[in-house]
Design a protein around this ligand. Structure first.
Ligand SMILES: Cc1cc2nc3c(=O)[nH]c(=O)nc-3n(C[C@H](O)[C@H](O)[C@H](O)COP(=O)(O)O)c2cc1C
Length: 240
């Protein structure tokens, strides 16, 4: 296994950080690794906002649903869809198409994962923060995002002060289909559910009695940020 693959398999989200900083050189490499990722039609519709102001960090930690690591991590980056840049080049562009928002979201996810993997390869750790979308208008106002630019998620980065276990993933046979869609294999799912029960029972913090099927059923049976379409529309995105 080469070191890139090793870093990928070593992934686990980090939510506790030491007080150590990330050097400018490290941060530049992390961001440059993100920028080096593929981009649909080279549109490059992502902006990253680095939050260095402690007051803004504290406000974002609260707006993300009181997630303290947003304030504590050495670095906090906010990944945004950005068509304002293109609109500044030409007001003739049509950023309102949902397809363009999808492109912006997909490209931003790819860029962010390059950043996280680069950080992890340096012995740093991090966690994505989708919780920013709990209060999208407030976060947007705090970051002074212009029209056609919208928040997607944040990312905490820093030196890990914890060493959590990797969470077991769905078996490959449930994810990888050949030539056509395969119906869900109940025996494989039952095996995975058992594995997740054991994981949650054994892990050192927040141990609970839960299998994956009931966890996702609970999560997906709730409303999912029903205000989010209105937020994107208010930014001139996803209207068509
Ligand atoms: C887009 C995205 C948003 C996420 N948002 C949050 C978040 O707001 N807070 C948090 O603690 N973890 C967040 N996570 C982390 C996931 O909970 C985590 O990746 C998942 O439970 C798997 O655990 P692992 O990363 O340790 O393998 C997010 C992950 C992704 C990909």
């Amino acid at each position: 296994m080469n070191t890139t693959i090793q870093a990928m398999f070593g992934h686990r989200s980090i939510r506790k950080f030491t007080d150590d900083t990330i050097s400018d050189e490290q941060l530049n490499t992390i961001i440059a690794a993100g920028i080096a990722a593929s981009s649909s039609s080279m549109i490059q519709a992502t902006s990253i906002i680095r939050i260095t102001d402690p007051e803004k960090r504290a406000a974002l930690a609260h707006l993300a649903g009181d997630q303290p690591y947003v304030a504590q991590a050495a670095e906090f980056l906010v990944f945004c869809i950005d068509y304002q840049r293109h609109y500044s080049i030409s007001s003739e562009i049509k950023p309102e198409y949902t397809e363009l928002a999808l492109i912006g979201a997909i490209d931003s996810g790819i860029m962010a994962q390059n950043c996280l993997l680069a950080a992890e390869s340096m012995g740093l750790g991090g966690v994505y923060i989708g919780g920013l979308r709990n209060n999208p208008h407030e976060v947007d106002a705090l970051l002074k995002l212009p029209p056609y630019s919208a928040i997607l998620f944040g990312m905490c980065l820093g030196v890990p002060a914890q060493d959590p276990q990797s969470k077991p993933r769905l078996p490959m046979a449930l994810i990888l289909h050949e030539n056509e869609y395969q119906p869900l294999s109940q025996p494989l799912l039952a095996e995975y559910d058992q594995q997740t029960v054991e994981y949650y029972q054994q892990r050192s913090s927040h141990n609970k009695q839960q299998d994956w099927s009931s966890a996702v059923t609970k999560t997906l049976s709730k409303e999912s940020r029903p205000f989010i379409a209105e937020y994107f529309h208010s930014k001139g995105l996803m209207e068509k």
